[in-house]
Write a protein that binds this ligand. Structure first.
Ligand SMILES: Nc1ncnc2c1ncn2[C@@H]1O[C@H](COP(=O)(O)OP(=O)(O)OP(=O)(O)O)[C@@H](O)[C@H]1O
Ligand SMILES: [Mg+2]
Length: 220
């Protein structure tokens, strides 16, 4: 699905000493499965995920998605792709503070019909967010509940790829485990990429990418 070639990323191009956040490597990702990206802080995990998902543009290299080059596509094409095919979960949930949990999920949905509302309700329920919680604003929910709402939001359009950057960072062990189960389940038919520091939540991955200093140090 993704064919990445010679990808590199330099932040602060104008500085004298160039710091490679990604240091020129190739990577192929399959159509489905759960992919873990692990490595120490600063090793380039987030940068890699953002370059693959068009949130950032690599300094060099090529990212092909189903044969289509993503580096350098127009803003409009990028937005369309992200809206229609990609879902995102970040470490911070970025929920809209003045909307209920339910509306935060629905705002990302392509349609807003009765069926979508039912789907959102069911989705939230499977994530342990009942009707009562779904009516509350983020400030009235716990960090873990907000994170699960963000996951429902990322998945409401059935994205072909889910990009999750430290999705369990603000969760206790039980909730982290739940979230990983949901992502694992989703990865049976779709591609799910999860960046994390925490090896213990990545027991069930289909592929593990280990990063070190802007390079892939191991793929298992
Ligand atoms: N916006 C930015 N501007 C300048 N340098 C950056 C920026 N974002 C990241 N970097 C640098 O690029 C390198 C890789 O950062 P990245 O965020 O990809 O690491 P990471 O593996 O996700 O780390 P963490 O586990 O702490 O999230 C680091 O040295 C970082 O300082
Ligand atoms: Mg990061």
């Amino acid at each position: 699905m993704f064919d990445i070639k010679n990808i590199s990323m330099i932040y602060d191009m104008d500085k004298e000493e160039k710091m490679y956040a990604l240091n020129g490597f190739d990577l192929k990702l399959p159509d489905k499965g759960l992919i873990g990206i692990i490595g120490p802080s600063g090793s380039g995990k987030s940068t890699l995920m953002y370059c693959i998902s068009t949130l950032k543009k690599p300094t060099e290299g090529s990212v092909k998605y189903n044969g289509r080059e993503l580096v350098g596509i127009s803003d409009g094409e990028r937005e369309k792709l992200r809206r229609e095919e990609f879902g995102f979960v970040f470490q911070k949930h970025y929920l809209v503070p003045y909307m209920s949990a339910m509306d935060n999920v629905l705002v990302a949905a392509e349609k807003n019909d009765v069926k979508t509302v039912e789907k959102a309700e069911e989705f939230l329920k499977s994530l342990g967010i009942g009707k009562r919680e779904a009516g509350k604003k983020p400030a009235k929910l716990s960090g873990g509940q907000c994170q699960r709402v963000a996951i429902a939001r990322a998945m409401i359009n059935d994205p072909k790829v889910v990009f999750a950057d430290e999705p369990t960072a603000s969760l206790d062990h039980e909730n982290a485990f739940n979230v990983m189960n949901i992502l694992k389940d989703y990865s049976k038919d779709r591609l799910v990429l999860v960046v994390t520091h925490d090896r213990s939540i990545l027991k069930d991955v289909d592929m593990m990418i280990e990063m070190w200093d802007g390079n892939i140090s191991r793929i298992g």
